[in-house]
Structures are given as structure tokens and as C-alpha cells.
Design a protein around this ligand. Structure first.
Ligand code: NAI
Ligand code: OAA
Length: 354
């Protein structure tokens, strides 16, 4: 056992890293005499799980986003170091760090957007559903905090299995009486990012010019790329369709296997999460015509949640686009996707209602 004074000293040292420098650290210059006015306007964004493989590059990229005025970085480990590091970037967002459950409420109070990449990642041989037992509880706790401290925030859920963690979040918010389906979005952007990349490679185009709708969910066969709706309008051979569908559905596993036990996609995910968060913030600002794919409460199929193109606005999801015309291959894929999704949704709902 460490003497309690040593433990207290350690806590004080960690806490000091979570705060901006104090007067004594600034020599004769007092903080109130500094000319910084503090950020005005812009949005307040929290990243929960900010010290992780996704969290760190995501936090860095959000610090670079001019729409963000305040960035709260929360984790159960290492938040002080990540916060100190990112806070030195000369971009306008003010960064604050929060460590451990006792600081969760401070991390969440006043936030406009909360991004959740907290939780364990896969290792080779695991499915995303194998993460359920650990990540379901993490998402539940974090969403209870959101319901209490920033019930009107837009919530972007990254933690896997997304097909179940989004229904978990919805049930937590329902229980708390704060549920607004428009504000809860599962992040499936990485599927679109991968689809754009792989399709562009096959067609010999710049990925930035390619737009592939990816609907359904975020695991294996539930990831359904609609290659018949690719923009610019393109045709594919049956071989290309099989190759692309398989590669897009198993893109996550491709990375898990390549990392060989060191986790799953982090950098491409952080890029995708920031692309998606930026779309949410532009929607909140009132920009028109912001459309992205996301996994949301939906009536597009008979399932209560489904990923499809949604229009983002001041209140979150303002419109859900229909799936559009599907070819035979896609209709077969849709049936497979719905079957698996139904079970994953039910598993998430039962976790809270049990
Ligand atoms: N939606 C998507 O497309 C994708 C989702 N993911 C998922 O994102 C999650 C995170 O992945 P990585 O960042 O690679 O994992 P990681 O293990 O590198 O980082 C996770 C972070 O969450 C933190 N954490 C754990 N419990 C927490 C709690 N109760 N409150 C706050 N923070 C907590 C950990 O301390 C750690 O810093 C995984 O579940 C992974 O499967 C990963 C890639 C793509
Ligand atoms: O595959 C995983 O476990 C992580 C993930 O969701 C992805 O990369 O799409």
C-alpha cells in the first residue's frame, strides 16, 4: 500500500495536467492579464475515449476544425498527457482534459456534440459482436452521463458493435426521458470512405470524386454498398461487384488482421469520424444540403435502426432518404443484412430492458 500522502500527491500532479497553467507557472504574468479573449461562437465538442487509438488522432483533427471552439477530452486513462499535447496546437479551439468517471459530468456539461470512440477493439479471429460484453456497459455509462449533463447534444457512436451500441444508447435515453432519435447517430462513415477508395481504385478515378452509398449496418453482411447507385454513374462486371462487396464488407477485418493483435482501424476511422462530425457541425450551423450515411432510428425498412443517407441540419437528422432502386444482387444482400441486423438490435435493446 502506498502512503495516502503519496497517493494524494500523485492525484494532485495528474489534476494539474488537466488544468491550464496557473499563475505561479506563468511567472509574473497573471492569466487574467493575458490578452486572449477565449473562444467565442463555434461549437463545444467532447470526445469520450480520447486517449485511445481512434481518440488521439480524432482529438487532433477536431482541434484543427475551425467550427470547434471548445474541445473536451475524456478518458479513464492518459487524458492529461493527450490534453497537454493537443492543447499546444496553434488552432483556436480551447482544449480541456477530464480523467475518470468522477470528471465525466464536467466533461459533458454544455456540449453540442459528443463523439464516443470509447471501448475495446477487435483482435484477429473476433467479430465485432464479441466486443459486446465489454463495450455495451461502457456505452451505457457514458450515455447516462449525456442524458444527465447534455441531453440536447448530438451523439456520434463509434464504439462497436455499432449495430447494438446505438440501440443501447437509445434505450438509455428513453429511460432518462431525453430520447430524440434525430440526435443519435451511429458512425458508419468508414464504410463509405472505404467504398469510395476501393471503387475509385477499380474505376481508375480520384476517390474524392466518387460517392458510394453504403446502407444497412456496420458489421459483415450488414454493410451493404449500393454499387448500382455509385456517382459518377458507373457499371461494374459481376467479378468487380463480388470483389468490391466483399472488400467493403470485410475492410475492418483486413485492418485487424494486418495489425495482427495491435487493434483495429484507428487512423482511417479518426479521419472518417472527423469527416462525419464536421458534417454534423455544419448541419447544426444551418448549412443546407449536408447528406451523409449514418445508422439511425429509421422507417426505411421494417427494422427500428438502419443506415442510409440522411440529411443533417440544425436539429440533427432532418430527413432520411429512401434506399432508391436496388438491383437483384442488392435486394438479396438487403435480406441478409436485415436478418443479422434484427438480432443485433434486439441484443442491444435487451441489454438495457433486461
Ligand atoms: N464505427 C466504426 O467504424 C469503428 C469503430 N471502432 C471501434 O471503436 C472503439 C475504440 O477503438 P480504439 O480507439 O482502436 O480502441 P483503444 O483501445 O485504442 O481505445 C479505446 C479508449 O477507450 C477508453 N475507454 C475504455 N473505457 C472507457 C470508459 N468507460 N470511458 C471512457 N473511455 C474509456 C480506453 O481507455 C482507451 O483509451 C472499439 O470498440 C472499436 O471496435 C473502430 C474502428 C471503426
Ligand atoms: O473492424 C473493426 O473491428 C473495427 C471497425 O469497425 C472497422 O474497421 O470497420
Amino acid at each position: 500500500m502506498q502512503p495516502s500522502s503519496q497517493v494524494n500527491d500523485r492525484i494532485a500532479r495528474v489534476a494539474a495536467h488537466l488544468q491550464p497553467p496557473n499563475d505561479s507557472q506563468m511567472g509574473d504574468l497573471r492569466r487574467e492579464n493575458c490578452r486572449a479573449k477565449g473562444a467565442s461562437g463555434g461549437f463545444k465538442v467532447a470526445v469520450l475515449g480520447a486517449a485511445g487509438g481512434i481518440g488521439q488522432p480524432l482529438a487532433m483533427l477536431m482541434k484543427m476544425n475551425p467550427l470547434v471552439s471548445v474541445l473536451h477530452l475524456y478518458d479513464v486513462v492518459n487524458a492529461p498527457g493527450v490534453t497537454a499535447d493537443i492543447s499546444h496546437m496553434d488552432t483556436s479551439a480551447v482544449v480541456r482534459g477530464f480523467l475518470g468517471q468522477q470528471q465525466l459530468e464536467d466533461a459533458l456539461t454544455g456540449m453540442d456534440l459528443v463523439i464516443i470512440p470509447a471501448g475495446v477493439p477487435r483482435k484477429p479471429g473476433m467479430t465485432r459482436d464479441d466486443l459486446f460484453n465489454i463495450n455495451a456497459g461502457i456505452v451505457k455509462t457514458l450515455c447516462e452521463g449525456i442524458a444527465k449533463c447534455c441531453p440536447k447534444a448530438i451523439v456520434n457512436v463509434i464504439s462497436n458493435p455499432v449495430n447494438s451500441t446505438v440501440p443501447i444508447a437509445a434505450e438509455v435515453f428513453k429511460k432518462a426521458g431525453t430520447y430524440e432519435p434525430k440526435r443519435l447517430l451511429g458512425v458508419t462513415m468508414l464504410d463509405v470512405v472505404r467504398a469510395n477508395t476501393f471503387v475509385a481504385e477499380v474505376l481508375g478515378l480520384d476517390p474524392r470524386e466518387v460517392d458510394v452509398p453504403v446502407v444497412g449496418g456496420h458489421a459483415g453482411v450488414t454493410i451493404l454498398p449500393l454499387l448500382s447507385q455509385v456517382k459518377p454513374s458507373s457499371s461494374f462486371t459481376p467479378k468487380e461487384i463480388d470483389y468490391l462487396t466483399d472488400r467493403i464488407q470485410n475492410g475492418g477485418t483486413e485492418v485487424v488482421e494486418a495489425k495482427a493483435g495491435a487493434g483495429s482501424a484507428t487512423l482511417s476511422m479518426a479521419y472518417s469520424a472527423v469527416k462525419f462530425a464536421d458534417a454534423c457541425l455544419r448541419g447544426l450551423r444551418g448549412d443546407a444540403g449536408i447528406v451523409q450515411c449514418a445508422y439511425v432510428a429509421s422507417e426505411v425498412t421494417e427494422l427500428p435502426f438502419f443506415a442510409s443517407k440522411v440529411c443533417l441540419g440544425r436539429t440533427g437528422v432532418e430527413e432520411i432518404h429512401p434506399l432508391g432502386p436496388l438491383n437483384e444482387y442488392e435486394r438479396t444482400g438487403l435480406e441478409k443484412a436485415k436478418k443479422e441486423l434484427a438480432g443485433s438490435i434486439q441484443k442491444g435493446v435487451s441489454f438495457i430492458r433486461k
